[in-house]
Structure formats: structure tokens, C-alpha cells
Design a protein around this ligand. Structure first.
Ligand SMILES: [Zn+2]
Length: 113
């Protein structure tokens, strides 16, 4: 008489409520396809989730094209969108890598030394 116990893991994966309309850039493939997901891994026994691996679901930024997931703690830009995007949807993107504003002398020809 043999019992076959099936153990495994199950990952609950769903779009994070309230952040469905946030789309960020995937840092792996560069497409603007990354969404905020709630991922929660559970240990399953006979296909029944019993014990969560962690106390709370992870919040991850995931890309459905290349299946690249990264912890949202590594994406301060996405966190900012989540904090700001609740009331107003259209947040002007901060220009990334914009050159610092250069002070121009008000008068005088350029001096070549
Ligand atoms: Zn990607």
C-alpha cells in the first residue's frame, strides 16, 4: 500500500489592485510592458496551498514578454507611480538622464584659452 503525496509550490500571481493601469519599462527587454504584480508563493500538499513561504505577498514588477520579474523595491520609479497615480492618472514622466541646466554667461564672447 503506497500513498503518494504530491508536494509542490503554488504561486499566486495577480495584478496588484489599484495599480492595474501602471505600465513601467522592463529593465530586461526595455519594452514598456512591465506591470505591478502581487506574487505569493505557497507550499502545497496534494495541490492544496498550506503554508506561505512569506508572510505577505511580494510586490513585483513583471514583464509578460520576457517573463522578467524584479522586486518592486528595486524600482523606485514604479513605487513613485504607485504613490502618485492613485488620484491623477496622468503624471508627467520625469526626464531621465536630462543634462543639468547649464549656466550661461549673460554677456561676453566665449573665451578660448
Ligand atoms: Zn521584458
Amino acid at each position: 500500500m503506497a500513498f503518494i503525496f504530491t508536494c509542490g509550490t503554488h504561486t499566486f500571481n495577480s495584478l496588484l489592485a489599484g495599480s492595474e493601469n501602471i505600465t513601467a519599462q522592463c529593465q530586461n527587454c526595455g519594452n514598456f510592458t512591465a506591470k505591478v504584480y502581487k506574487r505569493w508563493e505557497w507550499f502545497t500538499f496534494c495541490f492544496v496551498p498550506l503554508i506561505p513561504f512569506s508572510l505577505k505577498p511580494h510586490h513585483e514588477v513583471g514583464c509578460h514578454i520576457c517573463h522578467f520579474y524584479q522586486d518592486i523595491r528595486h524600482r523606485p520609479d514604479v513605487q513613485e507611480m504607485m504613490n502618485n497615480g492613485q488620484s491623477s492618472q496622468q503624471i508627467p514622466m520625469q526626464p531621465y538622464g536630462a543634462p543639468p541646466q547649464q549656466y550661461k554667461a549673460p554677456s561676453g564672447p566665449p573665451q578660448y584659452v
